[in-house]
Design a protein around this ligand. Structure first.
Ligand SMILES: Cc1cc2nc3c(=O)[nH]c(=O)nc-3n(C[C@H](O)[C@H](O)[C@H](O)COP(=O)(O)O)c2cc1C
Length: 216
């Protein structure tokens, strides 16, 4: 059974981002995939304060709701991350989670390497591209494989916070194609990595990592 985690970075109850991330998860076959959903609504996720404690502690030492979510991210084979576009950026609370998750991962090992996933963004009008690109940058630097779709996986919402992403049939279709591709890649990786969707430990111990360890 593969694990796929969907995270919604919107703090609004039953918002469009939550709808689209939940929709993506609902498309995974329940006999093959365990789909978990986390909303950042009500969670205390402080921004990274740059203390670098994670270098030695091998975890983030800021006391809030970060760690259980990070553990779920580490355990997942697939990671779908959704954000509303706020002034053409990823929601700041979500970015706090991703900054810290990426930085802890950097000092603790290749925990995200070989995972599969991709972003979903929601906007009323414009600014999608920058928020979407921001998330793609995060996936790339964390060594996560992003399958494509027929279009970018963005959803359109109505004006004044309307919760109407379900009407965006085109957006839903592209998310469906992305999820189908994601499921296929996760399963193909299982075949390639002899039983596990994630690579064997040390598989990604590239020269970069060795050099980093030597330099300290
Ligand atoms: C503070 C704020 C900033 C926003 N910035 C943008 C923006 O840059 N571009 C846009 O098209 N919509 C923008 N919106 C609209 C939201 O992206 C839109 O309502 C979306 O549905 C929110 O996602 P949610 O329903 O999951 O909360 C903004 C909304 C808020 C509250």
């Amino acid at each position: 059974m593969f694990k796929v985690l969907g995270i919604s970075g919107s703090l609004r109850e039953s918002g469009n981002t939550e709808f689209l991330v939940r929709h993506a998860l609902s498309l995974l076959h329940p006999q093959e995939f365990q789909a978990d959903f986390i909303s950042l609504r009500g969670k205390d996720i402080k921004p990274c304060n740059g203390c670098y404690n994670c270098v030695e502690a091998k975890r983030c030492t800021i006391p809030d709701d970060f760690d259980p979510i990070y553990q779920k991210m580490v355990e997942a084979d697939g990671l779908i991350i959704g954000s509303p576009a706020y002034y053409a950026s990823v929601h700041p609370q979500l970015m706090s989670l991703l900054d810290r998750a990426g930085f802890v991962r950097l000092w603790t090992g290749d925990y995200f390497s070989g995972k599969v996933g991709g972003p979903i963004t929601v906007a009323r009008r414009t600014g999608q591209d920058l928020a979407f690109a921001q998330l793609l940058m995060w996936y790339f630097i964390n060594d996560i494989i992003v399958p494509g779709s027929g279009y970018w996986t963005v959803g359109l919402a109505g004006s004044r916070g309307a919760r109407d992403a379900s009407k965006d049939e085109e957006g839903l279709r592209h998310i469906e194609r992305f999820v189908g591709n994601m499921a296929r890649v996760i399963k193909a990786l299982k075949a390639a990595n002899s039983g596990s969707a994630l690579p064997q430990e040390g598989y990604f111990a590239t020269r970069y990592w060795k050099a980093r360890d030597e330099i300290g």
